[in-house]
Design a protein around this ligand. Structure first.
Ligand code: G1P
Ligand code: ZN
Length: 543
């Protein structure tokens, strides 16, 4: 194998964010950009010479070219044992599982999640460690530091790689295994859920479901598992073909980007159950006839009813949520006498807790839920969990949700995003809030502000600290406002404002109730002086 050392120059913008390095495709296509980053990952990950690496992506534009480059850089650095998904496809949860199941030393995941794809769209890369989880902050920071001084990388000259042919290939000293992306994942799911019971529910045509893969990576997974294995009628999975540009969609399963599905479930022809997943298959949205299950509630319901599910009958070690996620799960944990950990935003913060067996279920308000079966969030897993619950209880989605609220109370929840073109203004706004925390309860007492603080986190497993992870303002006895800047965007800044009020309200009204959250939204605008800093008078996006 011929290996070349290529002289390069450093890029200053290779600091990974909440979920890896995300940039415009045009940025990734610059000469040396991807190679540099990969070389820095390899330097810092410090892999043994016989390391096995798993590679896959969500199939978006540039996936194939990036994967070929990655294999060449890995081979150039002496890594000769590579597992790759057929045609470069692997959903994020399936990749996480495959890393663990194959004893790999790590994995490279090519995805920008739900961000738009295509030549003008976004691209991304994540490095996951042997646990199957995303690289911790300490490692991504080292990778970033190295990216600022890199001057050369090593790359192998390889022939055309057979990514479309499943099987084991020996190529010039490189062992390349091209695997079916669904096989191992489907087996994992079969071990967690009662497939016979779900199958009895889905076969026979009385129960109808619609799964929207949004032209992204979960199509092949959902078709195989829901239709072929479990017997949902063909056509139950829609937009099932992964497309390089996601068909122009923004494949994010939420009521704005998957509005069609919400409309379908509100109409007279609504099936019994609907769900959607995102670009790389780690997010989920669950809907019943006439209702959407907010992800904060979904996590709480799954925790409350886990005893029905074979894979979780042994009980939950504990649960976790990201800080901005509603406190619905906290009440379930308290009732079950287990710990509820609160982490910064981003799945990687759950990984140590999962590895240490301190938690079994975890989730985020951003339509992400998962368990100790993987080290990433998992869209289809959540769908199967809900289907298994419906099969076990014989109840509808809305009946389970109302019963949950009756027992545990209900949180009205809304996230408002403000797209701010000028990142300095966005930072100034957040800095202003963080400086004002101490005076806030005094200055805003009349408005009900009870406490305000910046969220700093110390990982209970390794003691690592992550500071300034958002600002939390407590209002009255039962409400909360959280402010933070997004870490996944590729342009400008996004201020996320999370509004939440716990109530005893169990009526199934469209969520969230405007009369409950609007006063909080007003207070949030006043506290943060959004209009002063950004001239924005209303959120760009509310979900
Ligand atoms: C967003 C979500 C966060 C999620 C991440 C990756 O990050 O808020 O919960 O883990 O995407 O899917 P943010 O853009 O807010 O930093
Ligand atoms: Zn995703």
């Amino acid at each position: 194998m011929q290996v070349t050392t290529v002289k390069t120059h450093a890029f200053t913008d290779q600091r990974p964010g909440t979920a890896g390095l995300r940039r415009k495709v045009s940025v990734f296509r610059q000469a040396h950009y991807l190679e540099n980053f990969l070389q820095c990952v390899l330097h810092e990950a410090d892999l043994p010479a016989d390391a096995r690496i798993v590679i896959g992506g969500d199939g978006r534009f540039f996936n194939d070219a990036a994967i070929r480059t990655a294999i060449a850089v890995l081979a150039g650095n002496g890594i000769r044992d590579i597992i790759v998904g057929h045609n470069g496809l692997l959903s994020t949860p399936a990749a996480s599982h495959l890393i663990r199941a194959s004893g790999a030393a790590g994995g490279l995941l090519f995805t920008a999640s739900h961000n738009p794809a295509g030549p003008e769209g976004d691209f991304g890369i994540k490095y996951n460690t042997a646990s199957g989880g995303q690289a911790p902050e300490s490692l991504t920071e080292r990778i970033h530091r190295r990216s600022l001084t890199i001057s050369e990388y090593r790359i192998a000259q390889l022939p055309e790689l057979p990514l479309a042919r499943i099987g084991q290939h020996e190529i010039d000293g490189l062992r390349l295994q091209v695997v079916d992306p669904v096989d191992d994942y489907a087996t994992l799911m079969q071990g967690l859920f009662d497939f016979d019971r779900i199958s009895a529910l889905l076969r026979g045509g009385r129960f109808r479901l619609c799964f929207d893969a949004m032209n992204a990576v979960t199509g092949p997974y959902a078709r195989r598992i829901l239709e072929r294995t479990l017997g949902a009628p063909p056509g139950s999975v829609v937009r099932a073909e992964p497309l390089a540009d996601f068909g122009g969609l923004h494949p994010d399963p939420n009521p704005v980007d998957a509005a069609d599905l919400v409309d379908l479930m509100a109409g007279s022809e609504a099936p019994d159950f609907a769900a959607a997943s995102d670009g790389d298959g780690d997010r989920n949205m669950i809907l019943g006839r006439g209702c959407m299950v907010h992800p904060c509630d979904s996590l709480a319901v799954l925790a409350a009813l886990h005893g029905h599910i074979p894979g979780y009958r042994g009980g939950l070690a504990g649960v976790a949520r990201s800080m901005p996620t509603s406190r619905a799960i906290d009440r379930v944990a308290a009732a079950q006498g287990i710990d509820c950990h609160v982490t910064p935003t981003g799945w990687r913060f759950f990984c140590n807790l999962l590895e240490a067996d301190m938690i079994t279920l975890c989730g985020e308000e951003s339509f992400g839920t998962s368990s100790s079966h993987a080290r990433e969030k998992d869209g289809l897993w959540a769908v199967l969990f809900w289907l298994d619950l419906l099969a076990a209880t014989g109840e509808s989605v809305s009946a389970l949700l109302s019963a949950h609220w009756r027992t545990f109370g209900r949180d009205h929840y809304l996230r408002q995003d403000y797209f701010i073109a000028d990142t300095d203004q966005a930072q100034a706004l957040v800095d202003g809030l963080s400086h004002a925390c101490r005076e806030m309860p005094g200055a805003w007492r009349k408005a009900g502000v009870r406490a305000a603080s910046e969220f700093d986190y110390t990982d209970p497993v390794d003691g690592s600290q992550s500071c300034a992870q958002g600002i939390e303002v407590h209002v009255g006895a039962d409400a909360r406002i959280v402010f933070r800047l997004s870490g996944t965007g590729t342009q400008g800044a996004t201020l996320r404002v999370y509004l939440e009020r716990a109530t005893q309200d169990a009526a199934l009204i469209p969520q969230p109730s405007q009369s409950v959250v609007e006063p909080l939204a007003r207070l949030a605008r006043e506290l943060s002086r959004i209009e002063y800093f950004t001239r924005l008078t209303r959120p760009s996006y509310s979900i």
